[in-house]
Design a protein around this ligand. Sequence first.
Ligand SMILES: [Zn+2]
Length: 252
Amino acid sequence: MFIDIHTHVQQFSDEDLELLVNNSKNSNIELIIAAGTTISDSRKTINLSKKYDLIYSAVGIHPQNILDEDTKGYLNILEELTKNEKTIMISEIGLDIQPDSPDINLQKEFFSNQINIARKSKLPIAFHVRNAEKEAIDLIASENIKDIKSVAHYFVGNYEYAKKLLDNNCYISIAKPFLRDAILAEVISKLPLEKLVIETDSYPQYFKKNRMRWTEPKDLILIVNKLSEILDVNKSKLIEILNKNAKNILGI
Ligand SMILES: [Zn+2]
């Protein structure tokens, strides 16, 4: 059984989602976290969690999407959304520095505030970091997030960065990039297995013409196969540990 700790399956069309859910069931996927990127997208994750047994909801505002819609009163709204029984995480939150990103200080404010929601509602967080590793480490250290369960999602950094995440008690979530990046695979091979989880970050990939090639939770097996090889751990033992780590984070 596998747990996909970070996806955006709520962004699939109804038809594509039916296929994804069927594929997931046929691939031993036990649980999929659908992470919201805006308030309205977070609401969609809740709707899906009510419709599908294996889908659970995470609510949050992604740093890239802070200005996409009116966020007036977002703290109260998100807190209210966490009351849904199957909302078990605050995500996707974080920092993202690109030319078109919102002002970094505004991003930090949203990140900190959403960490506080997690603390108040006793939920874990999964956070996104792009080109902002130093800023992110500074922020999680100053917020002292050691008391909450946290996941650095879609890890693609170097060992020094991984070490700082571990020092802040973060779990590290492994996605597909290391399948074709030997340097990243080398870094991951040095990480402690008891701090690893896996994810696909699945979202509808309309740019790929062949629907069968879209990334879906069923691809977790590719990640597990490769991890088993680079960590030199028996596959069933590895699956058991990854599953236990994810359940520990999610409190289930
Ligand atoms: Zn994501």
